[in-house]
Design a protein around this ligand. Sequence first.
Ligand SMILES: Cc1cc2nc3c(=O)[nH]c(=O)nc-3n(C[C@H](O)[C@H](O)[C@H](O)COP(=O)(O)O)c2cc1C
Length: 400
Amino acid sequence: MRVQDAVNVEDVRRLARRRLPRVVFDALAGGAGDEVSLRRNRTAFDRIEFRPRPLADVATRDLSTTVFGERLSMPIMLAPTGASRLARSSAELAVARAAARADVVYMQSTVAAFPLEDVAAASAGTLWYQLYLPPDRAELGDLLRRIAAAGYRALAITIDTPVLGNRERDTRNRLMNRPPHPRTLLQGAGKPAWAADFVRGKVDYLRGQLGAGRAASPAGAASPTPLSLDQTRATITSSSDCITWSDVERIRSLWEGPLLLKGLMRGDECDRLVELGVDGVVVSNHGGRQLDGVPATIDILPEVVDAAAGRLAVFLDGGVRRGNDVAKALALGAAGVFVGRPYLYGLAAGGEAGVLRVIELLRAEFDRAMALLGAATVADLDRSLVSGARIPAIPSPSTP
Ligand SMILES: Cc1cc2nc3c(=O)[nH]c(=O)nc-3n(C[C@H](O)[C@H](O)[C@H](O)COP(=O)(O)O)c2cc1C
């Protein structure tokens, strides 16, 4: 099967699994610990049921929405993923191009194979930036200025990564062994198309180093070269250590555009975030890759939406594999959703065209779900259209 013939994201996942060495597929698909939260993200979506509204005029549908004052073609966006070069050497460049062609937002990770300016130059679309703090916080101002100058519209600080999650598949597969474990090399050799692309990426990297001689940023964001996995791990563990409220305050004072926190899993911090001038949150458990045992994101979404009470834009990621999942999240109050692994599978299976295929599959499913639900516009998606969700009880009026 070619990626163009995939009829859903699961087909694309199977194609990716076929093309990637096991160690790489596991690094993308796996979660932390027993992968309880990874599984929950999916099963919780399946538990929610639709209650379609009959006889609505849905002959034409409008999937567009407005986020931070900007019109988006639909509320599906691409999440930041630091290891996209493992899927394919064109990595963020291919993802950014596909996102621009499909007119969806791409949030680029700090842990990237290409400089943030190059990714911006490759894309005429809307880009957001996901921030891990540089180990030397004195360099934060410069990094934020570069992000703004390159045209990234919004900034998201990831707050669920004080240390790296316990990814046991990666430990078992000896992903971080240097030199690579013989079994890793054998697995790579067994997937010649992937291996050839990986080597090509390395060669381009060396050429780039010899040629341009650009300086790498402390956070790896400006690295002209693909980061190795140990660099990636080192970047995350050293740079995101202990992001605290004062960091958020500082970033708020330095960044003029919309500011989001990514990785919130409870509603009771929303007042404080609003006071700090934060504009939005992503309800996220990092795709089940950080603290195993946290709830599914779709189960926490209503709590955060209610606590935000319209003062923060609330997004969700984790386990979105169908346009129907998007409709469920929007019905429960999300301003939009992000997908991570689905587009990584597309990238692995077919490069830019594979990412585009995943976006178009999700768009078509979301459009169909809206029609069948009786929703002609995104604003028509409300809680009456779903049942079985974990809606927090309305607090009883407090007695004086
Ligand atoms: C391989 C991989 C790498 C990731 N890297 C990052 C990252 O660098 N920064 C970040 O904030 N989130 C990262 N994430 C988490 C995603 O942004 C997102 O929260 C998650 O993938 C959503 O779940 P889904 O994959 O089920 O759609 C990564 C996820 C994966 C699968």
